[in-house]
Design a protein around this ligand. Structure first.
Ligand SMILES: Cc1cc2nc3c(=O)[nH]c(=O)nc-3n(C[C@H](O)[C@H](O)[C@H](O)COP(=O)(O)OP(=O)(O)OC[C@H]3O[C@@H](n4cnc5c(N)ncnc54)[C@H](O)[C@@H]3O)c2cc1C
Length: 535
């Protein structure tokens, strides 16, 4: 047997919170310093070898659909590997599904964002029901009687895997069903019918082409009622204790996100209750969409962080051509460039999360414009970053025993669901056109901090934001990318070490690079990589 040499040890155990300088700084800066202790505990739990293994197992043994029992009665249940349940229990115990609503305080959304940013690094599939439950609360609150009944269960931290009426369970999770076979982005094409039952409730008939996490206890869904497209709460069990008429037709065979079940479903007279005003279903459910879009940015920033941490860890140990990889000048360029992207994603994500902790008009405007913009650009960059980080590990990065293939397969999903890239950019145009104080709010955020390069970039961006053709849809991606780059550069100049901010401006502004590692000469790359490596 050959001797094993020149191989790094696995990156475990490690603390995902204390080892991440940019995360720790962001938590403190964005008003969540009080959460450090809890985040340190969660970071240690997630970085244990046994927790890391749960992520591998939950993907190795994906969920299985059980449509009928042995006698032919409908079951419509999904069975998960125990690893999935253990990960869900960790997430709920940390309050990642609801803590800002259950225990509101300054920095609560930021603290929860930091927890989910770490969770997604170890396993992203469980993030889906966690994010949907988190996002569902403001929508549920539009029906106070229903909220009173459901929110105590939604806020509970005891994960309860049992399939039974929510009133008998310790806790409840909420999913979402909007997308239909004939149209997902264009929700007004929904055909699912909601027929009044005569007692104030409705019965749903139709289908959903995508409905993830079908073992949630209830779903927010869109259906056409007599007054138009409306939002409904669809529980898995009726108030009489019967299985509701939700038939799971199949589970999607997905590229990634394989630990999570995503289903196609049919509604056969399913019991449902109206949420919000009848006929105004899209704005009612899109209240949830804002939060799940924020979560796409958080999730993708987390994937970037994990890919970067693995890449730097590997390069620290592996020698090629008589030098550690991390000391090879060209590898240093690649790692530094990856680090710039990952920290820029994190700094914007946590700034955005703070806007969800605030309720003044400027914060609402910031959320409205920057949520779709950040979702677009951060999610769009993630597949490139995970691919490049995988290559740092050489051939081993392509092998399933490392986490890199899982990160790579997961990377595109946040860009597609909850509004795909183009839909996000068109939403940014809409937000800019319809939000009265947008110019003032962006002007304040786009502070060049004395950097001449950024000053010129912002000037050109602002001219485009004010130009008469700013609504040109064909240019929506260009405008959104530049808005995000301007915001990221301004945040880095304000909050990150000068080496990092300088390198970001020098490599990103006016210089749309097609691969990582194409950074100009004369930057302090060592300082950037040193800061980014897991400590
Ligand atoms: C793993 C996974 C899980 C999912 N889970 C859920 C779930 O739980 N609940 C749920 O409701 N949905 C879910 N979805 C569905 C997802 O939200 C939709 O797939 C997505 O919104 C896009 O809708 P669509 O597939 O119908 O594509 P389409 O709407 O047909 O869009 C196709 C492409 O056209 C682009 N496009 C659309 N309109 C325009 C335009 N006006 N101009 C330019 N380009 C445009 C889009 O950006 C996209 O790139 C899930 C999807 C995946 C992949």
């Amino acid at each position: 047997m050959f001797e094993v040499s020149n191989q790094p040890p696995p990156l475990e155990p490690y603390n995902l919170f204390t080892s991440d300088i940019a995360l720790r700084e962001a938590v403190k800066r964005e008003q969540a310093g009080w959460a450090e202790e809890g985040l340190t505990t969660l970071g240690a739990t997630l970085g244990k070898p046994e927790t890391i293994k749960l992520g591998f197992d939950a993907n190795k043994y994906p969920p299985v659909l059980c449509t009928l029992d042995r006698y032919g009665h409908r079951l419509d249940e999904v069975e998960f590997h125990p690893a999935w349940h253990e990960l869900m229990a960790i997430a709920l115990r940390a309050g990642l599904h609801a803590s800002p609503w259950a225990e509101p305080k300054a920095g609560a959304h930021v603290a929860r964002a930091a927890g989910t940013y770490m969770l997604t690094q170890i396993e992203s599939g469980v993030y889906c029901p966690i994010a949907m439950t988190y996002g569902s609360v403001p929508t549920l609150r539009q029906a106070p009687a229903i909220a009173n009944q459901w929110l105590p269960k939604v806020f509970a931290r005891d994960y309860d895997r049992r399939f039974m009426p929510a009133r008998e369970k310790k806790s409840a999770l909420i999913g979402m069903g909007m997308t239909e076979n004939q149209g997902g982005s264009d929700l007004r094409t929904n055909t699912t019918r909601a027929e009044p039952a005569g007692d104030g409730t409705f019965r749903l008939y139709g289908h959903k082409w995508f409905m993830s996490a079908p073992m949630c206890d209830a779903f927010l869904v869109l259906a056409q009622s007599p007054k138009g497209l409306s939002c409904f709460l669809l529980p898995r069990w009726t108030p009489d204790g019967e299985r509701n008429g939700i038939h799971i037709l199949r589970l999607k065979d997905k590229l990634g996100n394989r630990s999570n079940a995503s289903s196609e479903v049919e509604f056969d007279g399913a019991y449902a209750e109206l949420i919000g005003e009848e006929g105004r279903g899209v704005p009612v459910i899109l209240e949830m969409g804002n939060y799940t879009r924020l979560d796409c940015a958080i999730g993708s920033a987390g994937l970037m962080r994990q890919a970067l941490a693995q890449a730097i860890h590997h390069a620290r140990y592996r020698t090629a051509f008589q030098k550690k990889l991390i000391d090879q000048p060209l590898m240093e360029s690649v790692l530094a460039d990856l680090a710039l992207e990952a920290e820029a994603a994190a700094v914007l994500t946590f700034r955005l999360a703070r806007a969800y902790d605030e309720s003044d008009e400027a914060a609402l405007t910031y959320r409205r414009v920057v949520t779709p913009a950040a979702k677009f650009w951060i999610c769009k960059r993630t597949p490139y970053l995970t691919f490049e980080a995988m290559e740092v590990l050489g051939g081993s990065g392509y092998i399933e025993e490392s986490i890199m293939p899982r990160l790579y397969r997961e990377a595109p999903v946040n860009s597609i669901w909850e509004g795909s890239g183009n839909v996000m950019c068109l939403d940014v145009l809409r937000a800019i056109a319809r939000t009265p104080n947008v110019g003032e709010v962006l002007h304040r955020e786009l502070d060049d901090g004395g950097d001449a390069h950024l000053r010129g970039f912002i000037k050109r961006l602002q001219q485009r934001l004010e130009a008469s053709d700013r609504n040109d849809e064909s240019q929506a991606r260009v405008l959104t990318r530049d808005l995000v780059l301007g915001l990221q550069a301004a945040l880095l100049i304000k909050h990150a070490p000068a080496a990092l901010a300088d390198a970001f401006c020098a490599s990103r502004l006016d210089n749309g690079s097609s691969a990582f590692g194409l950074v100009p000469r004369g930057l302090d790359l060592r300082a950037i990589v040193g800061r980014a490596g897991p400590t």
